[in-house]
Design a protein around this ligand. Sequence first.
Ligand SMILES: *Cc1c(COP(=O)(O)O)cnc(C)c1O
Length: 508
Amino acid sequence: VATVDRFQMIRDTIERDSRNAPLDLSSEEFRKIGHRLIDDLAEFYQTLPSRAVTRSTTPSAIRAALPPSLPSTGEDPGEVFGETVPLLLRYSLFNGHPRFFGYITSSPAPVGALADLVGAALNPNVGGWDLSPMASEIEKQCVAWIGELLGMPGESGGLLASGGNMANFIGFLAARRAKMGASVREQGVVNDAGRWLVYASTEIHTWLEKACDLFGLGTRSIRAIAVDSERRLDVTRLREQIASDRRDGYRPFLVVGTAGTVSTGAIDPLPELAELAREENLWFHVDGAYGALATLLPDAPRELEGIREADSVAVDPHKWLYAPLEAGCALVRDPATLKDAFSYMPSYYRFNELDGEERTNFYELGLQNSRGFRALKVWMALRQAGREGYERMIGDDIRLAEALFEMASHRSELEPFSQSLSIATFRYVPRGFDRNAEGATTYLNELNEEILARIKRGGEAYLSNAVVDKTFLLRACIVNFRTGIEDVEALVDLTVRTGREVDQSLRS
Ligand SMILES: *Cc1c(COP(=O)(O)O)cnc(C)c1O
């Protein structure tokens, strides 16, 4: 009797028929809010070029615009969106703006935004095939297409990750398992027989430090190899370093080449690195987060051919495939190496089917367990633009960087420094400036640092910087299908105009 009463009691506290849950939304309301959001966003895309790239503000000003406390009773979602979208439009940096030349962050494809809406609404968990049959197959196809664009061998495979850091980590961990053996998964990294070593150029992105730190090697395992005058890894030095390390009892296991360095877009001599890695029996990983996709161009730089010989490659769809954040991709020549490095078979997963067909459970191939459907936005963009569309967009980005470099060479107050892929670096030098005068270098560094700060504050365009051999440079990255030649011309004029102003104010 007691049990029956208890059941009755619980039953009475739950509303009948419909739970009327605080988070549910009627189809009517969903449609209404959704239509308005789509209208607002269509308007945003339309007005984007006439908006400021960003506006200078402070964290406290932004906090003042947010609700003062957690609401105890709920609010009307339509009203909350109505209030929040304008705030986001006011206080954002628009990397989709045609004059965003800042970091290597792309203009996002609008189909990506729509795809994310579908992905979130259906919410497949792309960790297990059973939990996401169509989404898992779309991710597989998407990864295969990216591999095809890079010219990877047909049997290669991989998965999407949140970005370049994570995709590089996946390649790093596959290398660690492949070269240190299965025991590393139980024992951890054991350096008793000599420290394990990783080789990369001095221009490598910080992900490698994070990886060596986090995955048990320690940052002292990195051998930073000097670069040549074009900031590409010097293979002769690498060869010598490996030989001397072996003589000293170290254990080299991994060589990392970069296809498009963060500072200047330099491409390491990847075919030579691939060959050396093979001779030395080392894992060859390519960090192509930014530049790998330039491989699809008919006139791609020759160095990129080394990508197809890599054991693993990281490439970011949220860079040169113009996917909205977040989307990275890790590819391996031999898909079994990912399972070897990451798979566990817990008793609470029973994903094996009896029909004899193999199913890909992405949780077994990488770091994540539950996984979102980030493949849809990438796959949709690949379908909308096709290979030819990407050839044109990526090719144009590079031609615009070349145009910028040329324009900087023809302006007496600008000094071009480098151009590789779609990154150009340059600086402002006042007319008649005496470079040999005492303090000249320091002055030019200060001057350009202030020019950068003013341009970023002004909102007309957005730039970033590189520091090369202690020289402070302005750096324009064009990963943006909305940027046109008129935007590049405007950037040149803006830099000269700002340069004159800052020079005058620093001298007075
Ligand atoms: C952008 C970039 C990274 C990091 O990628 P995230 O997507 O920001 O995590 C790593 N390496 C290179 C060469 C990059 O350009």
